[in-house]
Design a protein around this ligand. Sequence first.
Ligand SMILES: C[S@@+](CC[C@H](N)C(=O)[O-])C[C@H]1O[C@@H](n2cnc3c(N)ncnc32)[C@H](O)[C@@H]1O
Length: 412
Amino acid sequence: MKRLSFEALKEMFHTERLLERLILAVASVRDSQVGPLWCDKPIVPCNAVRIRPVLIKETLRYQGEYRCGTQSLHRNYEKKELEAELPLLLKAYQEWHIYTDLFDLEIKRLASQEYSLRQTPASKKKPSLMHNREKNYRLSGPIPFLIHLGLMDETGNVFPRAMDKYKQINKYLEFIDAVLPSFPEGEPLRIVDFGCGKAYLTFGLYHYLHNQMGRSVSITGLDLKEEVIRFCNQVARDLRMEGLSFKQGDIARYMAEEPPHLVVSLHACDTATDAALAQALQWQSPVILAVPCCQHELLDQLRAPAMDPILRYGVTREKQATLVTDASRALMLRAFGYTVDMVEFIPLEHTPKNVLIRAYRDPHKKPRSTITIDDPGYRAYRDFLDTWGVGKTFLEGELSRRGLVGGPISIR
Ligand SMILES: C[S@@+](CC[C@H](N)C(=O)[O-])C[C@H]1O[C@@H](n2cnc3c(N)ncnc32)[C@H](O)[C@@H]1O
């Protein structure tokens, strides 16, 4: 164990080229009631700081993650900026753990204002920064919930087996970015994630919108599975994610205290996506983002003699059933006055379930809370399904049960 003065400690960063060698630096036990040192209006004192190198647009930066209460604030430093701020950071915290590719260092401030230094062999492998170069991921750096759920190690490296899921969440967050202007400011953003499962997306939404962007949110994840919901609520408590909760139940029966601004679903199976759309239509939610999967409902129903070359083979029939289901969903959303598009959610290599149905309520148009079976929009939906020999769908059933479609639905 060595003892160093503050000046000698600063010098050591330079002589040992600690920033060049850095894998991760973790500061804890703050000394004063400071917010992030660079923040004009510190909101909450920062309990801990983590700094690690990242590549952003091909350039080396140092990402500082400041944990302030339940929020994480981020700042990307150029090397020179970090060097300039380092003395202040070193002074603000009593303990540092510095991981480099050659050795680990434990630094503690002593009552004498000197620093004790313990050097041990390197315990972390230098991460490849390549994954940051490929994409500017919305969730990058060590993310507490991803670490907690075992998708990422402490230095922010995503485990290979978790890469597909990680990419899906990040991609979804890109779509969230694009729709943020559709939501009112000045009130918590209400989001429901239908069929949340283990809730990687739900946690991702919370982390991105609340911890990273500082937005006030009220997010609910809903799923049929009791055990999964219990687990997710425990994780939310462990990570002190206030404003995030999970409920067990069926999408079709879910009652929201207040209508959500955003309804999301990611791979809610088969007609669970339709139940989510029907709920969103009833709430007239400004934005709906649904990535469907397992579209089985129409599989056995499809009858269209001219399409026999497609429908006679199982594999093409299945693909066609998926297309007809999703196209008809888009038609129904349009019938209710939504602007709809369908985009590739993520390249096929990461998931074959890769179509995102994106629907927005046009703020300049009067929303349509109900439609009738004579409306041109509804007729377009029915005519399309009639062409494929499809009878009353689950979605139609849900909408008429809720009184959103008026008049008896007649099937040809
Ligand atoms: C394929 S998983 C997707 C989970 C998660 N969204 C994801 O992408 O990782 C589908 C989830 O939807 C849930 N689910 C299916 N039907 C549901 C329903 N009617 N109500 C609530 N949850 C449902 C299932 O329990 C399952 O957890």
